[in-house]
Design a protein around this ligand. Structure first.
Ligand code: ATP
Ligand code: MG
Length: 388
């Protein structure tokens, strides 16, 4: 019996030791969730995952979805055949090799009962291909096309040519859950994507200053959450009004410390949300030196109000590098829509570049921070972004 399947490859490196079963289980759950709208089956044979029994018309979409999954490094469209030399020969002859100059055959033989070893099989099948395409040349190092043949112990062989790249990283959720501070800018969606790549599931919080910021600014953030959730999984998005807090800071604190104190209050609220929702870390899109509030001193002062780790995956990236990732994951065009962020409302002319904890604490005495935080949390709006 011959059938067309998708062969999934995961980063074996991460799958050693006792984490292996756990990771694989998560990965399988994630795949099933991601493909819930398609009719298909997921099978595991000897450390390989295989998607089968789908309708051919869905194949492109299924492949696209799988390519967005963390924990997988590649997917191949393969023919599954009953293992026999004749069947394998037939299969390798089916590839359209027009326009191809060089090729090689690469065999993996898990089925040690097969009479030829993998090197013999490579050579033999190479000869078979050359018999049909005498103008081709074998190139073992930089071939235009590699034909892969895998012999499994279940009596099946898999033959395919292109391995399409997937998102890499670790299975979503394998590192726990974090809370992403999601603005409408370019950096924070990328930060969320990068942390999710390392296995972190996400919730997100967005602070708005309606009516100083527009409804569109909020909708933009919802759209960004939608876009990253295709990679990062379903996201609980907490939308918090920052208006009263900003007005109070504006009225009662030094202008140059406005952003510093805003960020400290954002962090306090974020920590409360983390504790209430099982998130073990805060994630931001800060990049060292990008603006006054992203100096080492500023980060020291904002970190000082929270006990949780603060992950800043783009800390060492240039804006251009962050923009490249934003384009790749499809958030860029939305991020550059020109709506105000709450950080740009009441923006001080000269924000402090080297704030101190002492001064921030002194200025904060003019605010009833506990009440402001409580109020903001009491009025939170929650959206479940389900796009995975
Ligand atoms: P971004 O492009 O992510 O908006 P930015 O370069 O505009 O970043 P800042 O405005 O200083 O930088 O924000 C730094 C980080 O603080 C953001 O990456 C984000 O994680 C968080 N942040 C800023 N504004 C908000 C907001 N309104 N709601 C939630 N988080 C925010
Ligand atoms: Mg911003």
């Amino acid at each position: 019996m011959e059938k067309r399947v998708l062969l999934l490859k995961f980063g074996e490196l991460f799958l050693k030791g006792k984490n292996r079963r756990e990771f694989l289980k998560l990965l399988k759950n994630n795949i099933m969730l991601k493909l819930k709208d398609f009719k298909c089956n997921l099978m595991e044979t000897q450390g390989r995952l295989i998607i089968c029994d789908y309708s051919l018309g869905d194949e492109d979409e299924i492949v696209k979805n799988v390519q967005m999954m963390f924990g997988l490094i590649g997917v191949a469209i393969a023919q599954e055949i009953d293992t026999s030399l004749e069947n394998i020969e037939d299969e390798v002859l089916k590839f359209d090799l027009s326009g191809v100059e060089t090729f090689k055959v690469e065999t993996k033989r898990a089925d040690k009962s097969f009479p030829m070893n993998s090197m013999e099989l490579d050579k033999h099948l190479g000869g078979v291909v050359l018999g049909k395409h005498p103008n081709l040349k074998v190139d073992l190092y930089h071939p235009d096309v590699t034909i892969f043949v895998e012999l499994r112990v279940n009596g099946k062989a898999y033959v395919y040519r292109d391995l399409l790249p997937c998102a890499g990283g670790l299975p979503l959720g394998s590192a726990g859950k974090g809370l992403l501070l999601l603005s409408g800018g370019i950096d924070s969606p990328v930060a969320g994507y990068l942390m999710s790549k390392r296995g972190l599931a996400l919730e997100a919080v967005h602070f708005h200053s309606y009516p100083y910021t527009s409804i569109q600014a909020k909708e933009k953030v919802i759209e960004l959450a939608n876009l990253i959730s295709k990679y990062c999984g379903n996201i609980k998005l907490h939308i918090i009004s920052f208006t009263e807090i900003q007005e109070q800071i504006h009225k009662n604190c030094d202008e140059e410390y406005m952003i510093t104190i805003m960020r400290r209050i954002m962090m306090r609220i974020a920590e409360r949300l983390c504790k209430a929702n099982g998130c073990g870390a805060i994630v931001t899109g800060e990049s060292l030196g990008q603006v006054a509030s992203q100096t080492m001193q500023s980060m020291t002062v904002t970190n000082a109000v929270v006990d949780l780790p603060v992950f800043r995956p783009v800390i060492a990236f240039d804006k251009e590098e962050i923009m490249d990732i934003a384009r790749k994951i499809g958030t860029y065009e939305t991020s550059i829509l020109p709506y105000e962020d709450c950080c740009t409302v009441f923006l001080p002319k000269n924000p402090v570049i080297k704030p101190t904890i002492k001064r921030a604490e002194f200025l904060e005495r003019n605010l009833d921070i506990d009440r402001l935080v409580e109020n903001a949390l009491n009025n939170e709006e929650i959206l479940e972004i389900k796009n995975y």
